[in-house]
Write a protein that binds this ligand. Structure first.
Ligand SMILES: [Zn+2]
Length: 392
């Protein structure tokens, strides 16, 4: 009996999406999958251009009299600059033009480019230093440098996560306390129950970059915080805001950021070990015989890392989907608003096709499909609120 009711209610939620909306979401999501392949092909082409042009070799020779560290740092920096500029057309197409076409962003090109420039500068500085540390490990840490590499990745990620809410994210968005009123009261009540201090809950102008209905948790330790996009604030009912906040508090309380850091560190160890083994073969295909410990190996080495990272997507996606399921369950247990959660989820269907099959979900989806998430909410509803009574 219950299964039948759950199916009927789940379907009723999905029926709120018109066939045009579903077709658009299908198109957009399929395009995203293809862009993973396009990204790899462009990365191979750019790697080939950089290796064959000899640009890094010439710069490396000019720096011959400099110390190993300075030379490594500067060659890494030059590579990141050249690579980022060569992939700029794809970046612009993928992150701005296409997003505008699908109505996912209303950001003017000028503002987009301004913010791109900020992340470009930030990326060059941060990545060069990180790569210097990686090449130092390759040279100095002996045979098991890749094992140390996992620790380096974890430490570096934790460092960035710690700085992100105070130093990085404010460069792109404004974070403010939620304005006084019933929404703020409801959100802070949920936060207080979970032991989340009230000065850790923010609203941000996510509409600057994206029309997506979102909220997130970022930072670690004392910098951890919950932020809800103004898009969600504007489009959601009070109960929907509560359900979404409950979900984000779930991520926060359950320590999902730390779990991600741990899993990525383990994947990094495996990835670096494998990359070091297959690097020579890829280097030959791109027409170079530079050994891995030489910074001029960087283009091919990073291509290999990117390829392995893409192949590992199903693993990382399975981890994030598990976290999303747990955060939904947390919201249901604490906000106890299954219909409001479903109402919020249906608003995310426009940027993530809600009816994907299990194979597509396993390969590509960072979140379970909206269909599966709503079904879980409806199952919870009939188990815990059997008369279907819920205030909305
Ligand atoms: Zn989530």
């Amino acid at each position: 009996m219950v299964a039948g009711r759950v199916d009927i209610e789940t379907q009723a939620w999905l029926d709120r999406l018109s066939s045009d909306e579903l077709a658009l979401a299908r198109d957009y999501t399929t395009g995203n999958h293809w862009l993973i392949l396009v990204g790899l092909l462009v990365s191979a082409l750019v790697t080939w251009i950089i290796v064959r042009s000899g640009v890094l070799d010439r710069f490396y020779r000019k720096l011959e009299k400099r110390s190993w560290a300075l030379r490594t740092l500067l060659v890494a920096g030059l590579f990141i600059v050249v690579e980022t500029l060569l992939t700029l057309p794809l970046t612009l197409y993928q992150n701005w033009w296409r997003e505008s076409e699908y109505g996912r962003t209303s950001q003017p090109l000028g503002d987009y480019l301004g913010q791109w420039a900020i992340s470009f500068v930030l990326g060059v500085v941060v990545l060069s230093v990180f790569l210097l540390a990686v090449y130092w490990l390759i040279r100095k840490a002996g045979r098991f440098w890749w094992a140390w590499g996992g620790g380096l990745v974890a430490g570096f990620m934790a460092f960035l996560l710690l700085l992100s809410p105070t130093l990085i994210e404010p460069l792109f968005n404004q974070y403010e306390p939620i304005p006084e009123g019933e929404v703020r009261d409801a959100v802070l009540e949920l936060a207080a129950e979970a032991g989340v201090p009230e000065d850790r809950v923010f609203m941000f102008d996510g509409s600057r970059q994206s029309n997506n209905f979102t909220a997130n948790v970022s930072g670690v330790g004392s910098s951890a915080r919950i932020a809800i996009s103004d898009v969600a604030m504007d489009q959601a009912s009070l109960d929907e805001v509560k359900a979404v906040t409950g979900h984000e508090i779930g991520h926060y309380v359950l320590g999902h950021i730390w779990r991600s850091v741990a899993v990525l560190a383990v994947l990094a160890i495996a990835g670096l070990w494998l990359a070091a083994r297959i690097y020579p073969w890829f280097a030959r295909q791109f027409g170079t015989d530079v050994p891995l410990e030489d910074i001029r190996s960087l283009p091919v080495f990073l291509f290999v890392i990117g390829l392995l990272g893409t192949l590992a997507d199903p693993v990382t996606n399975a981890m994030t989907r598990m976290g999303e399921t747990e955060a939904d369950a947390y919201s249901l247990e604490h906000a106890r608003l299954p219909d409001a959660l479903a109402g919020a989820l249906i608003k995310t269907a426009e940027y993530r096709y809600p009816l994907a099959g299990p194979v597509e979900e396993a390969l590509f989806y960072t979140h379970p499909t909206v269909e599966n998430r709503i079904r879980a909410a409806m199952e919870w509803k009939w188990r815990n609120l059997p008369d279907g009574t819920e205030s909305e």
